[in-house]
Each structure stands twice: as structure tokens, then as C-alpha cells.
Design a protein around this ligand. Structure first.
Ligand SMILES: Cc1cc2nc3c(=O)[nH]c(=O)nc-3n(C[C@H](O)[C@H](O)[C@H](O)COP(=O)(O)O)c2cc1C
Length: 220
């Protein structure tokens, strides 16, 4: 069981990183191999919407995106962490997501499990953590849970959030181990796959790599 945690705070003493470390600790205690990556250590260019990845499976940028992406593809569990920056994730996390439109089309994260954490100065941490999970969900991952904490709630609440994060890590490991099925999510994943089948069929002459992937998966 492999779990990768990715933090998109630029700060070395990241509050969000503390929550992420606690999730990974829980996952590790439950038997997972864990790895923590700081997104700001990686060079990630912006998506230019050229569609090359849809056509060839490769990006035009020669940067460090695939260093992270290959680890995500290998992992059974993905934990994302971002502080709230103007009621959203940090730009670096969004840059990562925008490079993953092909992952959405091909539902490449089906069978994986995810969890997300966020901190905010005053508000919005839960919403940001939910957005992180929703992004992984539309790529196919099943959501195990979130922790979001606003620092203005005080030290005691932060301590509780650390404990909840460790529990989230335990739950993530449990879901991976038992290949847990979440019926509501399974239904939405099936609907998403149907939508993607229609899209890829419609674009099959242009998005040849994605079409081949669907054929190989026997989805079309
Ligand atoms: C550019 C920037 C934007 C921020 N925007 C918000 C915000 O909209 N709402 C909020 O409550 N806190 C906001 N914050 C505060 C951070 O979310 C908060 O300090 C967080 O705990 C930082 O996490 P980190 O230590 O992991 O970097 C912002 C901070 C920065 C630097």
C-alpha cells in the first residue's frame, strides 16, 4: 500500500504540512509506505491547452511534472494539502491540476483512494480541502475524507485537527486495504465514465491516445 502526500504551501514551516504529516503518520502506522512531496520543489509549467497530451499521451513541457505524476499513478492513496489562498488552493496546486485534464478524460485514478487537508487564517479551510478532493474525484479517485482548520479557531482546535488528520490516515489505509466501496461515489464514477466515453468517441480522430486508452481498457 503506497500513499503519496503532496503539499502546495511554499512555506517551510507549513501549518498545512503539519496536518499532511499527521495523515501520513496514520497511514504509515496502518502499514502503508508513505512519501511526502513539496510541490514548490518541482518546476511545473502552466498548461497551454494545446491538446497534445490528448493526442500523444505526452506533454510539450520538458519540466518536472512527470516526476510527481508518475508517483501519483503508482500510488494507491493520494493525500493533497493546500493552504487557503484567496478562498482557493495555491497557484502551484492549480498548475498541477491543469496539467491533468487527460487524467480526467481517461479516469486514470479509478481504484485509488484520496484524502485532503487545508488550513486557513480565518475561514475557508474546509471548502479548500473539499475542492482538493473533488478534483481527485473527477479523475476517478474515491474520497475517504478531509480535514480543514482555520487558525483563528485557536491552538486547541489545531491540536484536534492534528488528531483528526492522523485518524484520516488510518481510514485511508483501511479503505485501501479493504478496497472499500462507497456506493454513492461509485454511482457518480460510473456516470462520469459514461460522459467520458461519449466525449472520447466524439473526438476519437483527434484525441487518438485517449481513444486508444479507452479501447485498451475495453471501455469502447
Ligand atoms: C497569498 C495568501 C492568501 C491567503 N488567503 C487567505 C484567505 O483567503 N482566507 C484565509 O482565511 N486565509 C488566507 N491566507 C492565510 C493562509 O491560508 C494561512 O496562513 C495558512 O495556514 C497558511 O498555511 P501554510 O502554513 O501551510 O502555508 C492567505 C495567505 C496568503 C499568503
Amino acid at each position: 500500500m503506497q500513499v503519496v502526500g503532496i503539499n502546495s504551501s511554499p512555506r517551510k514551516k507549513s501549518n498545512t504540512g503539519l496536518l499532511l504529516a499527521a495523515v501520513l503518520k496514520g497511514a504509515s502506522e496502518a502499514g502503508c509506505e508513505t512519501q511526502l512531496l513539496n510541490l514548490y520543489d518541482f518546476e511545473i509549467e502552466y498548461c497551454t491547452a494545446c491538446d497534445t497530451c490528448y493526442k500523444t499521451g505526452k506533454c510539450v513541457h520538458m519540466d518536472e511534472f512527470t516526476d510527481i505524476y508518475d508517483i501519483m499513478l503508482e500510488a494507491d492513496g493520494i493525500v493533497l494539502a493546500s493552504p487557503n489562498y484567496i478562498n482557493n488552493v495555491t497557484a502551484k496546486m492549480k498548475a498541477l491540476f491543469d496539467r491533468m485534464a487527460d487524467t480526467v478524460h481517461c479516469q486514470r485514478f479509478l481504484g485509488k483512494y484520496c484524502a485532503s487537508v487545508s488550513t486557513a487564517g480565518g475561514s475557508g479551510a474546509v471548502e479548500v480541502a473539499d475542492y482538493l478532493n473533488r478534483s481527485l474525484f473527477i479523475m476517478g479517485a474515491s474520497v475517504v475524507g478531509t480535514v480543514g482548520i482555520n487558525l483563528s479557531d485557536g491552538d486547541e482546535m489545531f491540536e484536534k485537527a492534528l488528531k483528526s488528520s492522523r485518524d484520516l490516515g488510518l481510514n485511508l489505509a483501511d479503505a485501501i486495504l479493504k478496497k472499500k466501496v462507497f456506493p454513492d461515489q461509485q454511482k457518480d464514477h460510473a456516470a462520469m465514465l459514461e460522459r467520458m466515453k461519449q466525449l472520447i468517441s466524439f473526438r476519437k480522430d483527434e484525441w487518438t491516445n485517449e481513444y486508444q486508452y479507452f479501447i485498451q481498457k475495453k471501455w469502447l
